[in-house]
Design a protein around this ligand. Structure first.
Ligand code: GLC
Length: 727
């Protein structure tokens, strides 16, 4: 038998296989690998599309119904169809290069986990990693090979609808969560059949959309870009993320889908990242809309020169690259580099050796009990208890509790606005969850449509649990809001029910963290449940009845009003505030603090954190100082506390944040138990992008604080010593 070509030899090194295959490819076949096509009408035009696949016209297919996939889930996946299409690519095209099937598997598949904005509140990256591994097991069983997740956009403006996909306002938390998601999706070996290639997005700065208006310009400064926006992408690259997606936004005048500085420069050259960059949906074509290109030809040139290897859905590379290569506008070695990156991802994914999906796997893994248990655990840890006068947990002796509001019996809404494969029928409602959790209590309800019926139902109950919030049609892509508040009418219901004198517990199931003035005034407790996925009702019921103890912490500051936006904890110190801090107001009509700060969250337990200390007051480059604090659970029930470490650079070559999160740990303690939490501090912990545009620590004084929110005192001092002058 003539030996197989090297690129088909599974034991050959990937780079050898890439080089062998590249040498065999025509220019047309190379350009074909750079195109990702969406074929929503595949069944209507099957022969035409299969002919294109035989000709090697596309390297990837996005499994989506429309450009707004997240809000339009479209038809489900058909493994047999995807295998049939793949078989044409493998067996009927000249070189048999497999297609890469991508899909927005953002926070779950059939088992739907909390949205990332809720996941972040768990401060539990290890659990997030296991949940994303479960997601990969389910999605891969239905033919998906690549997910467009995690989203690593730093967000300080909750008016932006896509805040629900983000891990919030802090780069350290984003980095930890994003790297955990990458490890969960890809695993130690992404060629395993139950794993997915991951995609860090949107590179970069999309979360800075002005006024929260989606797709709007983002004006991050270079200092903020490198200190806040880019570090999560560096962490994802270090975690081995296979792909990165460019964003729709312009950054200070340069659309990021045409930013050679960011893509070819920082990501590929500076970091040495070897994955491939994909555009967002039509974002290269959008360069015409940004008015930096007058036509497709120029848009394609800008996108490809910037370093976008694969173009999503507009076909602009297929049409324009031949001419750009002929004219010399694009050097052929750039084409080879882009194709090599895409082939590297396909080899890493094992597609050349195992391109087909076992059709029998889905039935075994979709909604596997272990996945459902993980979803319930993450949902339980993702809720944040904001206020509680002691009414929670609900007492078991309660006779009648009214469970009211639009989320009392909601199902689809708990799946959120980027959910393509979850089913509303899999969702446990809050009402059902409560009835299961506390069968001795009578849980009544009323039609969510009529507030007078709700008030009437509340009147005859001992407590009213109001399940409120915005639904998935009010956030997500292209769904931003101008007024940061509950949807119309919900505050009035709180007031009306409070007026009849019934104690109120507000459960906010919004994707965003919203100020709810009426709840602040009238509710005995506020639980921000967030968007918790298929196990929402079970998790919320366990939390309300005390079968689970809230432990979530805010991943983003909650403004008192829209007018405070942007308000975030890691803000820079204000020069003037040093001299008249006591009289500085920020705004005349509001306190200058957020309603609730980053890192805040209550528990049913009482935790005492005391005796913070440093193992030394001086740190030499190359050494480690340990920050320590004792944590005790003073009862009455077992619970978890998230201990956080914040550091302030007292004086540096640029203005630095008042404090920055540099470590956190979730500790679980029985009543009466205590433990010591220790965090290492090294010179790298203190590094930042400084006035010389270098990522480096600067010797000098630092203040350190340990506590359970971003308002903990910075009461420890540490000196980073000048490095010894090398002889
Ligand atoms: C969308 C989103 C992006 C998503 C992609 C594919 O417009 O911006 O996050 O992954 O297109 O659906």
């Amino acid at each position: 038998m003539p030996s197989e070509p090297v690129y088909r030899q599974s034991q050959a090194p990937i780079e050898t296989r890439i080089a062998d295959l590249l040498a065999r490819m025509t220019r047309e076949e190379k350009i074909g690998q750079l195109g990702q096509v969406c074929i929503p009408d595949f069944l209507d035009r099957r022969d035409e599309y299969l002919e294109g696949i035989r000709a090697g016209r596309w390297g990837s297919r996005i499994l989506a119904a429309t450009a707004f996939a997240g809000n339009d889930s479209g038809p489900g996946l058909d493994v047999a169809e995807l295998n049939a299409i793949q078989r044409v690519a493998i067996e009927e095209s000249r070189l048999g290069i497999p297609l890469l099937f991508g899909r927005d598997v953002i926070y779950g598949h059939r088992t739907v986990f909390p949205i990332p904005h809720s996941q972040a509140a768990s401060f539990d990256p290890d659990l997030v990693e296991r949940c994303m591994a479960a997601t990969a097991a389910e999605a891969s069983a239905e033919g998906v090979q690549w997910t467009f997740s995690p989203m690593l956009d730093l967000v300080r403006d909750p008016r932006w609808g896509r805040v629900i996909e983000s891990y919030g306002e802090d780069p350290f938390l984003l980095a930890r969560m994003g790297a955990a998601a990458v490890r969960g999706f890809q695993g130690p070996d992404p060629s395993a059949p139950d794993r997915l290639l991951a995609c860090a997005k949107h590179f970069a700065g999309y979360g800075g959309a002005e006024a929260g208006r989606d797709y709007d310009t983002a004006e991050w400064t270079e200092n903020t870009l490198h200190n806040m926006v880019l570090p999560p992408f560096r962490s994802a690259a270090e975690a081995g993320v296979a792909t990165v997606m460019a964003g729709f936004n312009d950054l200070g005048g340069t659309p990021v889908s045409a930013s050679e500085t960011l893509l070819r420069g920082w990501l590929k050259d500076t970091l040495g990242w070897q994955g491939f960059a994909v555009s967002d949906w039509g974002s290269i074509f959008d360069l015409i809309g940004h008015r930096v290109a007058e036509d497709d030809r120029e848009a394609a040139r800008l996108g490809f020169r910037a370093g976008i290897d694969m173009e999503m859905t507009a076909g602009i590379y297929e049409r324009e690259l031949p001419g750009l290569l002929d004219s010399g506008a694009i050097p052929p070695e750039w084409l080879d580099d882009a194709v090599a990156r895409i082939l590297r991802a396909k080899f890493r994914a094992g597609l050349f050796d195992n391109p087909y999906t076992d059709p029998d796997r889905a039935a075994k893994v979709l909604r596997a009990p272990a996945h459902v248990a993980l979803a319930e655990e993450l949902a339980t840890r993702s809720a944040v208890l904001l206020k509680n006068d002691g009414i929670l947990p609900l007492h078991q002796a309660l006779g009648k509790v009214a469970v009211l509001g639009p989320f009392a019996e909601a199902r689809r809404e708990h799946l959120g606005s980027w959910c393509l494969d979850g089913r509303a029928s899999d969702v446990t409602t809050i009402l059902d969850g409560l009835r299961r959790a506390a069968p001795r209590t009578e849980f009544t309800t009323a039609p969510a449509a009529f507030s007078d019926a709700m008030v009437d139902a509340a009147r005859s109950a001992e407590i009213a649990v109001l399940c409120l919030g915005e639904s998935h049609v009010r956030n997500g892509e292209n769904r931003s809001i101008a007024h940061l508040a509950l949807p119309p009418g919900q505050e009035a219901v709180i007031e009306a029910i409070a007026d009849v004198g019934v104690p109120i517990v507000v459960v906010d199931c919004s994707g965003r963290y919203l100020p709810i003035p009426a709840a602040e005034r009238r509710a005995a407790a506020i639980l921000h449940a967030g968007v918790l996925g298929t196990e929402a009702g079970t998790a919320i019921a366990r939390l309300l009845t005390g079968q689970a103890n809230p432990s979530g912490k805010l991943p983003i500051s909650i403004p008192r009003a829209t007018g405070q936006i942007p308000i975030y904890y890691n803000r820079k110190s204000l020069g003037k505030i040093a001299t008249f801090s006591d009289r500085y107001r920020g705004h005349e009509d509001l306190p200058r603090t957020p309603l609730y700060p980053f890192g805040f969250g209550l528990s049913y337990s009482r935790f005492t954190l005391e005796r913070p200390a440093l193992s030394a007051t001086e740190l030499a480059v190359g050494d480690t100082v340990e920050a320590r604090i004792r944590v005790r659970n003073d009862g009455p029930r077992a619970g978890a506390e998230v201990v956080q470490m914040y550091i302030q650079d007292v004086a540096a070559s640029t203005a630095r944040p008042e404090r920055e999160l540099k470590a956190f740990a979730r500790v679980e303690l029985q009543p009466g138990d205590e433990t010591e939490v220790r965090f290492p501090i090294t010179a790298e912990t203190l590094a930042f992008y400084n006035a010389d545009r270098r990522w480096t620590p600067e010797p000098g004084r630092f203040r350190v604080g340990l506590g359970n929110s971003s308002t903990c005192p910075l009461d420890l001092e540490l000196d980073l010593l000048e490095p010894p002058i090398s002889g």
